[in-house]
Design a protein around this ligand. Structure first.
Ligand code: GTP
Length: 675
C-alpha cells in the first residue's frame, strides 16, 4: 500500500515537472519556430523571385537572338533563292549564302553555346540548312512539315515566336538524354512574303543550369512543371529520371496545392512551398517579340520553391548548447521532483512513526495516570512545607475530598489524627533531611469523621537544586488491623464457651491490678470447678460434657456484672476476677453462682437423659488479690487452694481462702458456705 502510494507520487513527480517545463518552453520554442518558418518562407520567396528572373533572362536572350537572326538579309535571300526542286544544281550564289549563314550559325553555336541545333526551313517544312550542318549536296534532308513547331510558326506573323515544350532529343540529332526547347519564328521578305521558318533548338539543360546549381547548393528544391503537372527541369545526374513525368509522383501534395492556383504559399506536411505561374506567352517574354505561341495545354508553367519546413527538432539540432540546456532543465526538474517525492516520503514515514509513538506515549501516559489514580494504595506528593501538590483518586476517596479542595490548599498533616501526627512529622522530617526517606504508621482523619489506619512510605525527589518534593505511597492498614484484632481475640478466647481464656485473664488482671493499685479498691478472684465432671463425660459422653460447660458459661455470664472478668482456665475450671469487690461481696457472688448452678440444669437433649436436662454442681474457691501482688498468679493459687478445700469438704460449696499475711484487702479468715 505504502509502495503503491510512493509509485503514484513518483509518477506525479515526473509528470508534473515535465509538464511545467514543457508548458514553459513550448511558447518560447513555438515562437522561435514560427520566426524560423517566417524566415524560411521569406527565403523561399526570394529564391522564387531570383529563379523567375533567371529563367526570364535566359529565355529572352534566346528569343532576341532568334528574332534578330530571322531578320538577317542573307537568310531572307537564301530562302528566296532556294530551289523548289531541291536539285543539286542549286547555284553558286546560293552555296555562298549558305556558307555565310552556316558561318553565322557556327558563330552562334560556339559563341553562346546554348543551342544544340539551328535550322532554316522553307514554307513546305523542308529543312534547307542546319547547323551543325547536314552534308550537302542533298538538302533538304529533313522535313518539318508534320512538326507542331513548324506548323505553329507558319501561322505566325513577323517577330512572332513559337515556343515548344521542353522535350528530349529534338530532331534526332541531340544526345538521347538532352532536354531541348524549340524556338521558331517565321521569316518574311521585305515585301512581307513568307519565306520559311527559322528554328533554334535551345539546350534546355544548359539554360536551366543556373537554377540547377541553385537547387543543388541551397536548402530548397526548385520545381518547374507545365500546366499538366509534368516535370520540366532536366535531370542533371540521372537521378530519379523525373523529366517529363508527373510531379504528383514525387510531391503529390505540392501538385495538389499548385494545380488550381497561379501563385501561393503553402505549408505542406514537412515542407513549405512558394510558387507562381510562369507563362512564356506573357508580356515579360515579349520584349522584342510580337506574339508568342506555345502548346496551349502546357501553359502556364508553374515555378515553385520547396523548402524543408523547419521543425523543433531541427532547430534544437542546429544549436547543441540550447539542446543541452533544455535537456539539463528537464533533468533538473525530474531530479527535483524525485528528490521532493523521496524526501516527502521519508518525512511522511517519520511523521507517521512520530504520530504512532506519540499515540502510544499518550496511551501509555493515560495507563500510567489511570494506574496512579486508581492504584490500590494512595499516592501523594508534598512540597517542602508539607502542602499537597499531587494526590491520587484512591487517597482522595479514602479521605472523602475532591482534588480541587486539597491540591495546593491543604497540608497533609491536617489529615493526620493528632494521636499519630507526631509519627508523621518525624517521618516527614526524615524525608526532608539527608536520609531522603521516611515511613510512619498513622491514622488519617476522613471527612466523615472515620479514622483510617495507614502506613506511609515516602522518598524525596531531589535535584541539583535540592529538595523538590516528596513522593509517598500510602497503604490502607484497616484490614490488617482488623485481622490482627481478630487473631488477638481468637488467641484470648476459649472457642467452646466463647469466654476469655487464661491469657485473657492474665491481660485483664494486669490492668485491673494496676487500676486497683491506683484506686485502692479491692479486687477479688473466684476459682470455679464443676463437680464430677469426669463422670458426666464418662456417663453421657464428651458432647454432653461440652453442653454442660457451655451451659455454665452462659449461666455465669447472666449472673455476673459487666465489669467482672469471667474466663475458662481449662477443662472444667473457670475463674472470675471481680474488680472493686471485697471479701463479702465476692463470697456473695460466688454463692450466687454456686446456687444458680445447683438449681438449674443444662439442656443436653432427649437422647442423653430422659428429660433432656442434666443437673450438675460446682465448687468455688474465693480469695482477694493482695495489694502487694504484681501478678494474679498468687491469687490464682490461693483461689485454687480454696477450691480444693471446697472439694474436700464435699463439693457444691464455696470456700474463702484468705491471704497468708492478711496485710492486703482482706482478712485471712477461712470461710465456707455450703450449698
Ligand atoms: N466434655 C469435656 N470434658 C472435659 C473438658 N476438659 C476437661 N474435661 C474432662 O473433665 C474431667 C475432669 O475430671 P477430674 O479432673 O478427674 O475431676 P472430676 O471428675 O470433676 O472430679 P472432681 O473435680 O474431684 O469433682 C476429665 O475427665 C476431663 O477429660 C472439655 O472441654 N469437655
Amino acid at each position: 500500500m505504502i509502495l503503491k502510494a510512493l509509485w503514484a507520487r513518483l509518477t506525479v513527480a515526473l509528470v508534473v515537472p515535465l509538464g511545467l517545463v514543457t508548458l514553459t518552453l513550448t511558447p518560447i520554442l513555438a515562437s522561435h519556430l514560427e520566426e524560423r518558418i517566417d524566415s524560411t518562407r521569406s527565403s523561399a520567396k526570394a529564391l522564387l523571385s531570383a529563379e523567375y528572373d533567371l529563367l526570364l533572362q535566359g529565355m529572352n536572350e534566346s528569343f532576341n537572338q532568334v528574332l534578330a537572326t530571322a531578320e538577317f538579309p542573307l537568310l531572307r535571300q537564301f530562302l528566296a533563292r532556294r530551289a523548289p526542286s531541291r536539285t543539286p544544281e542549286w547555284g553558286a550564289v546560293t552555296q555562298r549564302d549558305q556558307a555565310q549563314i552556316e558561318s553565322l550559325f557556327t558563330t552562334l553555336l560556339t559563341h553562346y553555346g546554348r543551342y544544340t541545333r539551328l535550322a532554316v526551313i522553307d514554307t513546305q517544312g523542308a529543312e534547307w540548312l542546319a547547323s551543325p550542318a547536314a552534308p550537302l549536296p542533298s538538302p533538304p534532308v529533313v522535313s518539318h512539315a508534320d512538326s507542331p513547331t513548324f506548323q505553329g510558326a507558319m501561322t505566325l506573323q513577323a517577330r512572332d515566336l513559337y515556343i515548344s515544350s521542353p522535350r528530349l532529343g529534338a530532331s534526332g540529332e541531340e544526345g538521347a538524354g538532352t532536354a531541348v526547347i524549340d524556338i521558331a519564328t517565321p521569316v518574311f521578305d521585305i515585301s512581307g512574303q513568307r519565306l520559311g521558318v527559322l528554328l533554334f533548338t535551345l539546350d534546355w539543360t544548359r539554360t536551366t543550369a543556373s537554377s540547377v546549381h541553385a537547387r543543388e547548393g541551397g536548402p530548397g528544391e526548385v520545381l518547374l512543371v507545365d500546366a499538366r503537372g509534368n516535370w520540366l527541369f532536366p535531370d542533371t545526374n540521372g537521378q530519379g529520371q523525373r523529366f517529363g513525368r508527373p510531379l504528383e509522383a514525387h510531391w503529390a501534395d505540392a501538385w495538389t496545392a499548385m494545380a488550381d492556383r497561379n501563385q501561393g504559399t503553402v505549408t505542406l506536411s514537412d515542407h513549405l512551398l512558394v510558387f507562381r505561374s510562369h507563362d512564356i506567352r506573357t508580356q515579360h517574354y515579349r520584349s522584342q517579340a510580337g506574339m508568342i505561341l506555345s502548346e496551349a495545354e502546357t501553359q502556364p508553367w508553374r515555378l515553385g520553391i520547396l523548402m524543408p519546413r523547419p521543425s523543433l527538432w531541427g532547430l534544437l539540432k542546429e544549436n547543441p548548447v540550447q539542446l543541452l540546456a533544455i535537456a539539463l532543465v528537464y533533468l533538473l526538474s525530474l531530479a527535483f521532483g524525485v528528490f521532493w517525492v523521496l524526501s516527502d516520503h521519508r518525512l511522511r514515514g517519520l511523521r507517521e512513526r512520530a504520530l504512532l509513538f506519540s499515540r502510544e506515549a499518550r496511551q501509555y501516559a493515560g495507563e500510567v495516570q489511570d494506574l496512579y489514580e486508581h492504584a490500590p494504595c494512595g499516592y501523594h506528593s508534598l512540597d517542602s512545607d508539607g502542602r499537597v501538590i499531587k494526590i491520587n483518586r484512591t487517597e482522595l476517596d479514602w479521605l472523602g475530598y475532591r482534588a480541587d479542595e486539597v491540591i495546593e490548599k491543604r497540608h497533609y498533616r491536617d489529615f493526620v489524627t493528632p494521636e499519630t501526627r507526631e509519627a508523621f512529622d518525624a517521618a516527614f522530617q526524615k524525608v526532608l533531611g539527608e536520609g531522603q526517606e521516611g515511613s510512619a504508621e498513622c491514622e488519617l482523619l476522613c471527612r466523615d469523621g472515620t479514622r483510617l489506619p495507614v502506613a506511609i512510605q515516602a522518598t524525596a525527589q531531589v535535584t541539583e537544586e535540592g529538595f523538590q518534593y516528596s513522593r509517598a505511597t500510602v497503604f490502607d492498614l484497616s484490614e490488617r488491623k482488623a485481622l490482627e484484632a481478630r487473631l488477638e481475640k481468637q488467641a484470648l478466647t476459649d472457642p467452646l464457651t466463647g469466654l476469655g481464656n487464661r491469657r485473657y485473664l492474665e491481660g485483664q488482671a494486669a490492668m485491673e491490678i494496676a487500676r486497683a493499685e491506683r484506686s485502692g479498691a479491692p479486687l477479688s478472684l473466684i476459682a470455679i470447678d464443676l463437680d464430677h465432671f469426669k463422670r458426666i463425660n464418662d456417663t453421657y459422653g464428651h458432647d454432653v460434657g461440652d453442653l454442660v460447660l457451655q451451659h455454665f458459661a452462659k449461666l455465669a455470664r447472666q449472673i455476673l456484672r459487666d465489669g467482672d472478668v469471667l474466663c475458662r482456665m481449662g477443662g472444667e475450671e473457670f475463674a472470675v476476677l471481680l474488680p472493686d469487690t471485697n471479701r463479702e461481696q465476692a463470697l456473695q457472688v460466688a454463692e450466687r453462682l454456686r446456687e444458680a448452678v445447683a438449681t438449674s440444669s443444662a439442656k443436653v437433649g432427649q437422647e442423653a437423659t430422659e428429660d433432656g436436662t442434666l443437673a450438675y454442681t460446682a465448687s468455688l474457691g474465693v480469695t482477694l488479690v493482695s495489694a502487694g501482688e504484681a501478678t494474679l498468679k498468687p491469687a490464682i493459687k490461693r483461689a485454687d487452694q480454696g477450691l480444693y478445700a471446697a472439694k474436700e469438704a464435699g463439693r457444691n460449696r464455696t470456700h474463702w481462702q484468705s491471704v497468708p499475711s492478711d496485710a492486703g484487702h482482706m482478712s485471712g479468715r477461712a470461710h465456707q458456705v455450703r450449698g
